[in-house]
Design a protein around this ligand. Structure first.
Ligand code: EPZ
Length: 422
């Protein structure tokens, strides 16, 4: 397994181009299953998870054509299977996003139940209940979700008692081809859901209310080909801005979207950063100061995102003062804390709240990545504290960050990848 060797004590300064959002690209790839004819997707991030999703639909006979390093054309006209096999689904839970489109367009789908994952049990009961409300016959057996339809999905009123991002996206996609009107209540408002909706509307879907907690979809008989550019990744943006804040440096993120990351920018200002924003760029300048510790409570958008919790925990470990980090979305998303304690961090965990006492005494140490955002937070801490750090199992990072070592090297980070085969 590849490792990262990192030499700390660096002040990060420079410019980073942000890639398209992983969590928008994945549902938009699945949306290509709703139409016979090419869906052309631009600003596609070069990520392991994107490759997995493309491989999954290619295994169903869908034609994938890559044009340049950020443009992909997907044509589902040649599809000859409606099965998402365990071998692929077990490596990426977001594979569940093919369930709604396959059912809506082809009347059947067989998708492996995603296994658990490091950060929590991650059930898909809300996805299944929503599709059953639209008339699907769903049986879960032998580790597979087997869904069939007599005729066409029917529009329905669906209330999610827990806000679910991919649950909202699955029902949103299925409803575009259903007969009649679907209303999704307590819908996820994440910008990636809105980006998917904008893509579906460009394909001829009739959707209103995306980005609010009530989305209304009037089904149409068929969708058509379209082109869509993936929204910039607000979590990648936040990751580099927090890294800059931890290092006392100055970093500009470009090709990003300032308007969809208010909660994170507010917390960085509270930590003492000066933030300047333009149309598609954000500059954070720490003016050499040590950040102040900030309290964090994760919650659905537009509140503070769970995908930025580990990164701010890393900042709090070296910040001035004591802070409380509360994780309300997933039941096991503190694994990075144990690794940070190996580096000398002063952290007390009590249930879903971690109390962190900022310190300047942290030092590099051998640590292990456990999940995507946790891995990024360990890289950030290793770049900043004195000493050398070796991070194992960095395949987690490659799933969700495009060329993270090159991007950190470009702003002064001393990070090299040690490949397992030498
Ligand atoms: C999406 O996961 C993201 N992944 C996650 O990003 C993100 O952390 C999460 O939303 C929350 O924002 C993608 O978009 C591909 P949920 P998702 O359904 O949709 C419970 C990353 O790092 N729930 O919104 O799987 C669930 O257990 C990843 O990029 C049910 O109970 O998350 C959780 O407690 C990690 N039943 C809560 O809802 C269901 O059927 C929110 O989960 C579905 C979810």
């Amino acid at each position: 397994m590849d490792k990262f060797l990192i030499e700390g004590g660096k002040c990060l300064r420079g410019e980073v181009r942000v890639s398209g959002a992983k969590n928008a690209a994945l549902p938009i790839i699945a949306a290509a299953l709703l139409v016979k004819g090419p869906l052309v997707i631009d600003n596609m991030p070069a990520l392991q998870d994107v490759n997995t999703m493309l491989k999954l639909i290619e295994s169903m006979g869908v034609k994938i054509e890559r044009r340049g390093d950020m443009l992909v054309s997907i044509d589902a006209s040649s599809i000859d299977s409606h099965k998402a096999p365990y071998e692929l689904v077990k490596t990426m839970r977001a594979s569940i996003l093919v369930l709604g489109p396959l059912l809506a367009h082809f009347g059947e789908a067989e998708v492996s139940l995603p296994g658990g994952c490091a950060i929590g049990s991650r059930p898909v009961d809300l996805h299944i209940r929503g599709l059953e409300a639209m008339g699907a016959n769903i049986v879960v057996e032998e580790g597979y979700i087997r869904a069939t339809m007599d005729g066409r999905l029917k529009g329905a009123k669906i209330f999610f008692d827990t806000v679910t991002v991919t649950g909202t996206e699955n029902i949103l996609m299925a409803a575009t081809l259903a007969e009649g009107q679907t209303i999704i209540e307590n819908a996820a408002k994440e910008p990636e859901v809105t980006d998917l909706a904008e893509c579906l509307v460009s394909m001829g879907a009739d959707i209103s209310g995306a980005g609010t907690d009530t989305i209304i979809i009037n089904g149409v008989d068929a969708l058509h080909s379209a082109e869509h550019s993936v929204v910039p990744d607000r979590i990648e943006t936040g990751t580099f801005l927090v890294a800059a804040a931890m290092s006392g440096g100055k970093v500009t993120t470009t090709a990003t979207k300032p308007g969809i990351q208010e909660a994170v920018l507010q917390k960085l200002i509270e930590a003492g950063a000066s933030i300047e924003i333009g149309e598609d760029w954000i500059t954070l300048d720490m003016q050499g100061k040590r950040p102040k510790a900030v309290n964090i409570t994760t919650a659905p958008y537009p509140a503070f995102p769970t995908d930025m919790q580990a990164q701010f925990a890393a900042m709090n470990c070296v910040a001035e003062g004591v802070s409380h980090v509360k994780e309300t979305i997933f039941e096991n998303r503190f694994m990075h804390m144990q690794e940070m304690i190996r580096m000398g961090a002063k952290i007390l965990i009590d249930g879903n709240t971690a109390t962190i006492e900022g310190s300047t005494q942290l030092r590099g140490a051998p640590v292990m990545a456990t999940d995507l955002r946790a891995s990024a937070s360990l890289v950030m801490l290793a770049l900043v504290v004195e000493g050398e750090t070796l991070i194992d199992r960095i395949y987690h990072i490659d799933r969700g960050y495009e060329n993270i070592e090159e991007k950190f090297q470009a702003i002064g980070g001393k990070i090299t990848r040690i490949s397992a085969n030498h």
